[in-house]
Write a protein that binds this ligand. Structure first.
Ligand code: SAM
Length: 339
């Protein structure tokens, strides 16, 4: 795996030789939805205080340093990223950073209809919209808000303004929406957009995760191929999803299988949380405090040193931590990590 080399011959490499090239930036831990596989109960939520959240200049500076170390792709996420005011300004600033080749976003879609055009004009490439059901009542139960029609309008607007790729992310949970997999696939096929099913990970705030609630990628392939024949296309190096093409040529299906078939050996992602912690792995328990350095006057070189050290210690990955698949004491819920 190649990464950009620093003048002294180093790159964002970890002990296993994996090189970080993609950065997920969480811009807020807040969300107006309360997806039951992500957020804690509403009355138990304690949001990160505003003063601890990175401002756009701080995010841009850290991203610039990371780009100088070899990061090439950025995905903006949260919490719900579109709750952050003037997010298109951040997109514009990030897209002017040398070395950053693309900026995409993962969103719940609530604000997409109103903001898609400005985001596109600011330089956003594509969006991934989370969609776990196509039934109003079920969508409201899973996502905590009766928002399905508005989210669907957001997806249509993203397509209209030319954001590409537009993708759907779906978390299939046994007993909640696993009977709707084919319908979700049909929705995506009709619009010629990709749909990716993510296996439910034990990063939920309600503690409903159990190994029995995970609908595996294999099970999804079986369900879908019974209706629409699929051709395996494999997983590209560093990609999260294994792709299956529909035999009739109408697009593809992605399966993200951290639980049943982890893909950590070629992981090239790192994460910056909304409060400025660098996470080298979703399941990392060590949070490297970059905000403290930024706010205490550290130089770019000192920040780069800290990042290199944090990435070097990247955990082997969930495939090497079998206890996680039994359920574990996670340090943060998904909304505070940035999915
Ligand atoms: N608010 C945005 C959204 O809804 O897409 C972005 C943040 S959300 C944390 C990012 C992605 O993580 C979503 O597609 C969501 O479905 C997924 N996710 C959240 N909790 C998860 C869990 N416990 N297991 C698997 N995926 C999860």
């Amino acid at each position: 795996m190649e990464g950009r080399l620093l003048a002294d011959g180093r790159s964002l490499k970890d002990r296993k030789g994996r090189v970080a090239k993609k950065l997920r930036i969480s811009v807020t831990d807040r969300c107006n939805f309360a997806c039951l596989f992500c957020m804690p109960e509403k009355d138990k939520i304690s949001w990160i205080p505003q003063r601890e959240i990175l401002d756009f200049d701080e995010i841009e500076r850290i991203a610039r340093i990371l780009a100088s170390l070899g990061v090439e792709k950025v995905r903006i996420t949260g919490g719900e990223p579109l709750l952050r005011r003037d997010l298109d300004h951040l997109v514009g600033a990030l897209s002017s950073i040398e070395g950053i080749r693309s900026i995409d976003m993962t969103t719940n879609g609530w604000h997409l209809e109103g903001k898609a055009r400005a985001l596109k004009e600011a330089g956003l490439r594509g969006v991934t919209v989370s969609l776990h059901s196509l039934r109003n009542d079920r969508f409201a139960k899973i996502s905590g808000l009766d928002a399905l029609p508005r989210v669907l309008r957001g997806i249509d607007r993203a397509l209209d303004v030319g954001l590409r790729p537009v993708k759907i992310n779906s978390v299939a949970i046994r007993g909640y929406n696993d009977d709707e997999i084919v319908e979700l696939v049909e929705y995506a096929r009709e619009r010629r957009i990709s749909i990716r099913f993510i296996e439910f990970m034990p990063l939920d705030g309600l503690g409903i995760w159990s190994s029995g609630s995970v609908v595996s990628g294999k099970e999804i392939v079986e369900k879908v191929s019974g209706r629409y024949p699929l051709v395996p296309h494999g997983r590209g190096t560093g990609e999260t999803s294994s792709l299956w093409r529909f035999a009739d040529g109408r697009g593809d299906l992605g399966l993200i299988t951290p639980m049943s078939d982890p893909f950590c050996d070629d992981c090239d992602r790192i994460r910056l949380t909304a409060d400025g912690k660098l996470l080298s792995c979703l399941f990392d328990t060590e949070f490297h405090d970059i905000r403290r350095l930024v706010r205490n006057g550290a130089s770019d070189d000192q920040i780069a040193e800290a990042v290199l050290g944090a990435v070097w210690k990247k955990p082997d990955g969930v495939g090497y931590m079998p206890w996680i698949r039994e359920g574990w004491e996670k340090p943060r819920n998904m909304n505070a990590i940035g999915g």
